[in-house]
Design a protein around this ligand. Structure first.
Ligand SMILES: C[S@@+](CC[C@H](N)C(=O)[O-])C[C@H]1O[C@@H](n2cnc3c(N)ncnc32)[C@H](O)[C@@H]1O
Length: 259
């Protein structure tokens, strides 16, 4: 099974197997120094899992039944000693408000087709304490962008509202087999709190609807003009300000005034 990865890979499950040992080692070195269990989404052929089970207890979620059979066999010892708990099936179906019933850090080379959704769920999950995830570079830049940067948007504000987000590693397509069409990054999000205000996220989506337009114009599609103008005045915001020019605390103050 390990030999012909490109032939095994199922595109519909976003399977790009990480084969670069140096990248795997750097992921392990970047892991948060906590006593928490690891949740791994998409163990695949177990290339990352085999290092994770050496350092922590792991619960891994794999949707592909063929890979699940392979993992059950490959990790029979780790499963027998409870170093690894393997859950077969779609992680999104397992995930209610909390993925595990104990504090955990999410460490994974994520399936890119649902990476943003998984990160947002983990940020909202009170049991999730930290995330160390391989994702497509474009998405990693959105979560980690600072105010004023081109990629700064709703995802950056959401991440910065719960903790600190930083790119710890840039990874080229050649590190995987089959190689993805995009560059990748390992993103670390250290959480201080949880994302729990859906109204704030709707507000952010409206604020960034058309990033090149002014913030005032974007928000006036949804919020009362008088309330909006008063809030801008109270916060001494220019009517001409664009959404990427505010920082996370400005967005929270503005939302409090107009919600
Ligand atoms: C990018 S691969 C990573 C595989 C392995 N961790 C590695 O680093 O080589 C993504 C993995 O996520 C699995 N996957 C895709 N969708 C999933 C889902 N909804 N729930 C659980 N696992 C999923 C795929 O089958 C695949 O094993």
């Amino acid at each position: 099974m390990q030999k012909d990865r490109a032939a095994i890979a199922k595109k519909k499950f976003g399977q790009n197997f990480l084969k670069d040992e140096a990248v795997l080692a750097q992921i392990i070195q970047s892991m948060p120094d906590t006593p928490h269990r690891i949740a791994e989404i998409g163990p695949g052929l177990g290339d990352l899992t085999k290092y994770l089970v050496d350092v922590k207890s792991v619960t891994a979620f794999e949707v592909d039944t063929d890979l699940c059979k392979h993992l059950t066999h490959q990790f029979a010892d780790a499963i027998a000693t409870n170093a690894l708990t393997l859950r077969c099936g779609d992680v999104l179906e397992h995930w209610k408000s909390e993925l595990l019933d104990e504090p955990y850090d999410l460490v994974a080379n994520l399936p890119y087709y649902i990476a943003t959704n998984i990160i947002l769920k983990a940020l909202a999950d009170p049991a999730c304490r930290n995330l160390l995830v391989m994702i497509q570079r474009e998405v990693a830049e959105k979560f980690s962008a600072a105010p004023g940067e081109r990629a700064f948007g709703a995802l950056s504000v959401i991440a910065q509202s719960v903790g600190e987000a930083e790119i710890v590693l840039h990874v080229p397509p050649t590190a995987f087999e089959p190689a993805p069409k995009v560059d990748s990054c390992v993103l670390l999000i250290s959480k201080r709190t949880n994302r729990n205000d859906e109204g704030f996220e709707d507000f952010l989506r409206t604020a960034f609807t058309q990033p090149r337009k002014t913030l005032h114009k974007n928000l006036s599609s949804r919020y009362d003009g008088t309330v909006l103008s008063q809030a801008f005045e109270t916060l001494e915001l220019e009517r001409s300000i664009r959404p990427h020019q505010l920082d996370t605390s400005d967005f929270h103050r503005l939302y409090t005034l107009i919600k």
